[in-house]
Design a protein around this ligand. Structure first.
Ligand code: ZN
Length: 232
């Protein structure tokens, strides 16, 4: 069954603009703004997923030659399975999406609101190693406001998936547009990819910046104002 999954992927490769899977991974190209999910992604319960992942991860460790009878290693497959399902990939499941309540903009505040330096941890979908970054979010109220902690929670929800930074940026922006009922949102993400610093090209100093400017943020004045808030 496992081999079938890999073979299917090979057959699909011509659709990827002629790039090989290695090129897709190391150049961090991606194919879709939606996280690519199977139609039956939630057919298994969380408990069943943890059980399966634990067995499969034990096999990876075994193939690598590790002794799973060692006290330090014996609990690792279970720990990894629990961490994948309950923590670092919990944002794949819509049931974990933060519930957002909006409030009336009673103070009639009509300038941009900026929530900056939201620390997040995600994982690169090409290598399954961490992406560590800061997100800066801004919006201009359309008459409704959102609790500040919810901005943070939206970032964390989409970060807790195997990701590429461009998609993370756009998914956060689309969610903000939807919940705040406005196009006037901006998202800037500055992140370090451990697959670039700890392996591959081994560049420890670079970081990647991506941005989304919607509606009123599509102006040089607004972008400059936003960047001043972020940089100071
Ligand atoms: Zn990567």
């Amino acid at each position: 069954m496992k081999n079938d999954i890999l073979n299917q992927k090979k057959q699909k490769s011509p659709a990827l603009n002629g790039f090989s899977f290695n090129e897709i991974g190391d150049d961090h190209l991606f194919t879709s703004l939606e996280t690519p999910m199977k139609a039956n992604a939630f057919a298994m319960s969380d408990a069943e997923k943890k059980e399966r992942i634990s067995i499969l991860f034990a096999e990876i460790m075994d193939v690598l030659g590790l002794d799973l009878n060692d006290d330090s290693l014996s609990g690792t497959p279970n720990r990894v399975a629990k961490m994948y399902v309950e923590e670092i990939f919990s944002g794949l499941d819509p049931k974990n999406k933060p519930k957002i309540a909006l409030f009336d903009n009673k103070y009639q505040y009509n300038q941009m609101l900026v929530e900056k330096n939201i620390t997040f941890y995600s994982n690169c979908e090409h290598h399954f190693v961490p992406i560590i970054g800061k997100a800066h979010i801004a919006y201009i109220s359309s008459g409704k406001v959102i609790g500040l902690s919810k901005l943070n929670r939206i970032v964390q929800y989409y970060a807790k998936r195997p990701q590429v930074q461009e998609r993370l940026t756009n998914q956060i922006a689309e969610e903000l547009k939807s919940v705040l009922q406005t196009d006037d949102v901006a998202v800037i993400i500055d992140a370090k990819h451990l697959c670039v610093s700890s392996r591959g090209v081994k560049d420890d100093t670079s970081s990647t910046v991506t941005s989304f400017y919607g509606g009123k943020f599509n102006s040089t004045t607004k972008i400059t104002e936003l960047q001043n808030y972020i940089n100071n």
